[in-house]
Design a protein around this ligand. Sequence first.
Ligand SMILES: [Zn+2]
Length: 141
Amino acid sequence: MTDKSVERPRADLPTVEADTRPYWDAAKAGTLLIAECGACGKVHHYPRPFCPFCWSEDVHPREASGRGTLYTYSTVYVNDLHPFKTRLPYVAALVELEEGPRLMTNIEGCAPDDLSVGMPVEVDFRSLTEELDAIVFRPAS
Ligand SMILES: [Zn+2]
């Protein structure tokens, strides 16, 4: 017999690697970082060890404004994975940052019916563990 109340794996925790550690540490400290290429000057996100535009490996983190617009979204009503099922319904979204890159995120602090494509949003951080915060967005104040 199995006891389902003991230690279920969390499906909402990112895998942190050496290349992405600075981004997660910054999020925990309340700052959104994106990656900038030292060769061509373009920015991208998610972070990679090379530039997706010119393939240079001269990439480094830089602070993003945290402002963007809601590019598209979907309200999720069914998800059996722990701990998502405790958060239903939630809004999965693609946010286009002021700097250009788009990132997968959640929209929080707002009823799904109050969302509209193109609306201004701003970054916020929700604690996942003592070391990790989720990068989420809210309607801009
Ligand atoms: Zn580049």
